[in-house]
Design a binder for this molecule. Structure first.
Ligand SMILES: *Cc1c(COP(=O)(O)O)cnc(C)c1O
Length: 266
């Protein structure tokens, strides 16, 4: 999507498959825990797909969630999108999905405060160490990488002070050292910045902010590239993350007007 009008067209048309809308304009709000299957064979088949756009169990999402996931995946340009009950949950669960005891994470110094607190108060207790780096370090991030560095976490523009990071230069260094890259794209929102196009592995947003846009829903999203999507999807299920169909519907409704709202913000 190159021009602004194309992006706005994408925002209003994404996630509207007939399977989700049943022929009306917007996806049906499909609330569910248990799913009813016609045969045991159907149930077994659905279990195999692990909820990838097929109904299996409420935690794995319904067609309302699938519509939002499709739209956000298209917005950020990735392989798939996991939904979380808020932005802070998206950040903590993405990190817990990939870090283990003994690992080291590089965290940008101007990260959103709860992200810092999660490193300092939760990860530390799991034996995962954090080093903070200056947001404008660029390729100099090389000097911060240790043998056990697993994740380079970016936030650009960064919370409150708004430094813009040299993402391509940092991703290049990370790739050379086999370090995965995760970026909090809440400010970049997918319209102004698409981290995966610049080599980032996972883009996270507090959808609570620009996507929902009306201060009435908490929601977090994480879009992963092909390399990390299946692990992120599976581990998010295992960590018990889910959102309500009503919240997914409202987030999708917010997304439709994100472009015009951001013009006013500017
Ligand atoms: C608000 C915010 C979060 C956390 O989102 P919640 O939905 O409030 O949990 C994370 N990162 C940034 C940059 C934010 O502004």
């Amino acid at each position: 999507m190159s021009s602004k009008s194309n992006k706005n067209t994408q925002l209003v048309s994404s996630g509207r498959k007939k399977a989700y809308t049943h022929g009306v304009v917007n996806p049906v709000v499909q609330r569910a825990s248990t799913i009813v299957f016609d045969t045991v064979a159907d149930l077994k088949e659905a279990a195999k797909t692990r909820g990838d756009k097929t109904l299996f169990y409420g935690r794995r999402g319904t067609t309302t969630h699938f519509a939002l996931q499709d739209a956000i995946t298209e917005l950020e340009g990735g392989e798939g999108c996991a939904l979380y009950p808020c932005g802070a949950a998206a950040i903590s669960q993405v990190l817990l999905s990939f870090l283990k005891t003994g690992d080291h994470i590089l965290m940008v110094d101007n990260a959103y405060e709860p992200t810092r607190d999660f490193c300092d108060k939760i990860l530390v207790g799991l034996g995962i160490s954090t080093t903070y780096y200056p947001p404008t370090i660029g390729a100099g991030i090389k000097d911060y990488i240790k043998p056990n560095t697993k994740v380079l976490f970016l936030e650009s523009p960064g919370s409150i002070t708004m430094e813009v990071q040299d993402v391509p230069a940092m991703v290049k260094v990370a790739n050379e050292h086999n370090v995965m890259t995760i970026l909090d794209n809440t400010y970049g929102n997918g319209l102004h910045y698409r981290p995966l196009e610049h080599g980032v592995d996972i883009s996270i947003q507090a959808a609570t902010k620009y996507i929902v846009g009306h201060s009435d829903v908490m929601m977090g999203v994480a879009v992963a590239n092909k390399k990390y999507w299946l692990t992120l999807r599976e581990n998010s299920y295992l960590l018990g993350q889910c959102t309500s169909a009503d919240d997914a519907y409202l987030a999708l409704r917010g997304l439709r007007t994100m472009g015009v709202r951001l013009n006013q913000h500017e």
